[in-house]
Design a protein around this ligand. Structure first.
Ligand code: SF4
Ligand code: SF4
Length: 186
């Protein structure tokens, strides 16, 4: 998934990203002057201490992008920070029937089960669609395939398959989550 930001800029909270650097590590695609990340390839400026060119980082998307964990009024608890939960959650990338879609991108081979079930519950209590993506890797790295899981309608699932196909990804396993658990703290 390529990071973009919409005209409606998120208001960010007082949380500190560090030690998380997930959005710069190559789980999302970033294309900007001096900043470039693609699947499996972190931005060359990404360090364990954060952005190595922090003061000179581009406005879009480096200064503008914040995952849902950093957005004001977020429902995501501390443990849903991407480096802890195994998933980058975004609420400002896709819309479905006028509502923000919960987009969850794995920061590894798969989204941990506990995290995924928590996201399903979030989708239920906020009446939003969830699309969860885990990109597949082999010995050569990411191979253009991905696993996709959604909640909600079949129509939404089909739309997400089409959306990611347009981005050049082939789905190897697509499923619609029917089991919704109660919201539990993570
Ligand atoms: S993924 Fe979210 S919490 Fe992690 S560095 Fe990016 S904006 Fe901060
Ligand atoms: S320039 Fe800095 S903020 Fe932008 S992608 Fe690279 S490490 Fe991340």
């Amino acid at each position: 998934m390529c990071v973009r930001y919409r005209e409606r800029m998120p208001v960010i909270n007082q949380r500190n990203c560090l030690p998380c650097t997930a959005c710069c590590e190559g789980w999302l695609s970033i294309e900007a002057p001096i900043a470039k990340a693609q699947l499996g390839q972190a931005c060359t400026h990404c360090t364990q201490q954060g952005c190595g060119v922090y003061d000179a980082r581009p406005q879009d998307p480096c200064q503008s992008f914040h995952c849902a964990w950093r957005q004001d009024g977020t429902l995501l608890p501390h443990d849903m920070r991407p480096d802890l939960s195994g998933v980058i959650v975004m609420l400002d990338q896709l819309e479905w029937q006028g509502e923000d879609v919960i987009v969850a991108v794995a920061t590894g081979a798969r989204i941990p089960a506990r995290t995924f079930h928590w996201l399903c519950s979030l989708a239920k209590i906020t009446s939003r669609q969830l699309v969860a993506v885990a990109y597949e890797q082999d010995e050569q790295g990411f191979n253009g395939e991905f696993n996709l899981r959604t909640t909600g309608s079949e129509e939404f699932r089909q739309l997400m398959v089409t959306y990611f196909a347009q981005k050049g990804f082939t789905s190897t396993h697509v499923s619609r989550e029917r089991r919704i658990l109660e919201m539990v703290s993570i």
